[in-house]
Design a protein around this ligand. Structure first.
Ligand SMILES: Nc1ncnc2c1ncn2[C@@H]1O[C@H](COP(=O)(O)OP(=O)(O)OP(=O)(O)O)[C@@H](O)[C@H]1O
Ligand SMILES: [Mg+2]
Length: 427
């Protein structure tokens, strides 16, 4: 059983690790947070083990990998991180916006009213879980306030009002996943560990200011998960995760063509396309058949690959469509695709056929010091996690809440950095 060593490098209070717990890769960014701006100091990437469909299936193996990727990233940074932000997409995550009415006394709205507002939101979130014994709360994040019926107020402090409501996004997850994450936090007890919903991080990383304001739905196609995150009026509204992604495509290709998984992954990423009929008859790809002990590659028509890829991709998009149909109707759905699985050429056109809207294909917004290698859709979650760490240090983990009571006071200045416009801040 791997033992977890205390981190050897000197700790720095402003240095954080932002980690995407991706099924195909653990990616860790080490950055210094300075006046709301991250300065990237180092990075490392490792293939994840002990993780399936975003869930921890082998805690020892997984924590060992996690420890290793943090170690490597810290070594490249030359500094260690005290706070670790983990973006998680397992546990059948689900998020929705809840409204809580907050009793207020005459006079201007104070910090303590906001603390009460958050308590109210959390109570409502917990109440909504009654009757669902297998679900747990991951976090409750304030989105905006309604003051005397006026919606979208990001900071109501100082306002005289008769009625105050808080709109907060509550993310829930399976109890089993929650237990695994708690166990993981224990292993990393020398650090302050924060866990956030990966789909939100992805949305933070790829949406521009207008998209956040006017509304967008971010679809992050990963290896074994595909998330659908809805943002409206600068607030995160809903999120859901489907347990499928690029790895499903690879498995289908391997199975149906009788080739190794490695070979299937290779031809998918090098020669894949969303439309089966684009490959001319004479075009071939090299593949390694299953059980081929001498690993001699064989030629196969590319069309055969694409004939498996297109329907498999259509299947994933049909599942995305089911999620989109469950959202509140809106006259125009602005779709944004990201995640490594969105790199299949032609996916936007195929998506337009199936989802009736052509998505924008997005990479994370460039952070100046981010190496080109990491500016790909597959790194949206880690970049978003870092942005989250920069702006939302105050995700409310229910069990940490008491410890963080005085957070509101700490955040009091300057008011425009107030967290409540959870996704509206500029980077
Ligand atoms: N050029 C490409 N064409 C097609 N698919 C690609 C390409 N590049 C990467 N992928 C696929 O992207 C997937 C990995 O994406 P990503 O790194 O976003 O997943 P992850 O975050 O590790 O997984 P998850 O979010 O499901 O936990 C893999 O299935 C990989 O095959
Ligand atoms: Mg991912």
């Amino acid at each position: 059983m791997p033992t977890v060593q205390p981190l050897a490098l000197p700790r720095n209070g402003n240095t954080v690790a932002a980690i995407d717990l991706g099924t195909s890769k653990l990616f860790c960014l080490i950055a210094e947070l300075n006046m709301g701006r991250p300065r990237i100091l180092g990075a490392a990437q490792l293939q994840a083990e002990g993780l399936k469909h975003g869930d921890i299936t082998d805690l020892n193996q997984f924590s060992h990998c996690l420890h290793q990727v943090i170690d490597e990233a810290e070594t490249s940074a030359g500094e260690s991180a005290r706070d670790i932000y983990l973006a998680f997409s397992g546990g059948n995550l689900s998020g929705q916006l809840l409204e809580g009415n907050v009793p207020i006394e005459p006079g201007p709205i104070s910090n303590s009213v906001l603390t009460r507002a958050l308590d109210t939101a959390e109570t409502i979130a917990r109440t909504s879980l009654r009757g669902q014994p297998k679900r747990e709360l991951l976090h409750v994040v304030p989105a905006f306030y309604a003051v005397d019926g006026r919606h979208g107020v990001s900071d109501p402090r100082g306002i005289h009002a008769d009625h105050l409501s808080l709109f907060a996004n509550a993310v829930t997850m399976s109890r089993a996943a929650r237990r695994d994450l708690d166990a993981l936090r224990k292993i990393f007890q020398h650090n302050r560990t924060h866990i956030l919903a990966a789909p939100w991080a992805s949305a933070l990383a790829v949406l521009d200011a207008d998209e956040k304001n006017l509304g967008a739905i971010v679809i992050d196609i990963g290896a074994e998960t595909t998330s659908v995150t809805e943002v409206r009026a600068n607030a995160l509204h809903t999120l859901s995760v489907i347990p499928t992604g690029g790895a499903t495509l690879t498995r289908n290709i391997a199975r149906q063509l009788g080739i190794t998984l490695r070979s299937a992954e290779q031809i998918k990423t090098r020669h894949g396309h969303a439309f089966a009929d684009i490959a001319p008859d004479h075009e071939t790809v090299k593949v390694t058949p299953l059980g081929n002990s001498d690993h001699t590659p064989k030629s196969m028509p590319r069309a055969k690959l694409l004939k498996v890829l297109q329907p498999s991709l259509e299947n994933i998009l049909a599942k995305v469509r089911e999620q989109l149909n469950a959202l509140a109707p809106s006259p125009h759905k602005h779709l944004v695709f990201t995640g490594g699985g969105s790199l299949v050429p032609g996916i936007d056109i195929l998506a337009e056929h199936i989802l009736e809207h052509k998505p924008r294909l997005a990479s994370p917004k460039p952070l100046s010091q981010l190496a080109d290698l990491y500016k790909t859709p597959a790194h949206a979650v880690s970049v978003g996690t870092l942005l989250w760490a920069t702006q939302h240090e105050d995700i409310v983990m229910p069990e940490e809440k008491r410890r963080r009571r005085n957070l509101w006071q700490k955040l009091a200045s300057p008011p425009q950095r107030w967290l409540h416009n959870a996704i509206g801040a500029e980077f």
